[in-house]
Design a protein around this ligand. Structure first.
Ligand code: NAD
Length: 262
């Protein structure tokens, strides 16, 4: 498997899953271009990947994404891969307590951000004669996740966007797939689980057996597993895989933790 000669954009590529995808893509020979909003993380990734183009841009801002693509086009003659990875976790609280701002912000980053990125990418894919889009959804886009209404809804929407784009862009030789990570072993996964435990009046240690029980393989997954799937889907080994929502999660069957403390 290699990505030699391919140019890839990865949103939120300065840390977390996006950074691991960026490092994997670079290792496989791709030229990578990242956007993020965290200056410190961006400085850090510039040191780790000196050939990468790293630009500050918030995916929920149409203006900043237009400027990001200006910077991309100034350096790259073609685009082959877009990884729509940016996504915020949103609040962990009962639906009746979710504020307008929390709902809107989660949708703006997780759904509208992917639309802004795709809208600018399509003309570049047309020029290149094809391409590949990978949208990062979540297990929360396949099973309803209690106390995460904005996030879970946004991740179902990502799968909707993926299905639409796969049909619409298949005509121009662009493949579009979604990856659905499960319980990810990393700082954000731990934070979200701790929030879920606290809402039930439990410690993380008390809560985790309930979560792991609902995963067939009873385990969290590593970020590298997501990066490997993103590399495979973007490579020439997957020339006709499109329109798929692919879970990397040990088979997360449901997400019914114990009853919340009232
Ligand atoms: P993270 O919270 O660790 O954040 C990664 C990066 O996103 C950070 O560098 C941050 O600065 C950047 N970012 C945040 N808002 C941004 C914005 N508006 N524009 C540009 N960059 C922004 O995230 P992660 O855990 O690496 O998750 C990556 C993707 O995977 C997300 O779409 C997330 O929903 C999804 N996912 C994560 C998990 C998990 O447990 N970590 C599980 C399932 C799905």
């Amino acid at each position: 498997m290699n990505l030699n000669g391919k140019a890839a954009i990865i949103t939120a590529g300065a840390s977390g899953i996006g950074r691991v995808i960026a490092e994997r893509y670079a290792e496989l020979g791709a030229s990578v271009c990242l956007c993020d909003v965290d200056e410190r993380a961006m400085d850090d990734v510039r040191k780790a990947l000196p050939d990468a183009l790293v630009v500050k841009a918030d995916v929920s801002s149409s203006k900043e994404i237009a400027a990001f693509y200006d910077a991309f086009r100034a350096k790259h003659a073609r685009l082959d891969i877009l990884v729509n990875n940016a996504g915020i976790s949103g609040p962990t609280k009962p639906v009746e307590e979710v504020t307008d701002e929390e709902w809107d912000q989660t949708m703006a980053v997780n759904v509208t951000g992917q639309f802004y990125m795709v809208r600018q990418a399509v003309p570049l894919f047309k020029q290149a004669g094809g391409g590949c889009i990978i949208n990062i959804s979540s297990v929360a886009g396949r099973v309803g996740m209690p106390l995460r209404a904005p996030y879970s809804t946004s991740k179902y929407a990502v799968r909707g966007l993926t299905d639409v784009l796969a049909v619409e862009l298949g005509e121009i030789n662009v493949r579009v797939n979604a990856i659905l990570p499960g319980l990810v072993d990393g700082p954000r996964g731990h934070r979200v689980m701790r929030e879920q435990a606290e809402k039930r009046g439990m410690t993380l240690e008390e809560f985790m057996p309930y979560v792991l029980h609902n995963i067939s393989m009873h385990t969290a997954i590593g970020m590298k597993e997501i990066a490997d799937m993103a590399a495979f889907l973007a490579s020439d080994l997957a020339p006709h895989i499109s329109g798929q929502s692919i879970s990397v999660d040990g088979n997360f069957e449901t997400y019914r933790g114990p009853k919340m403390a009232s």
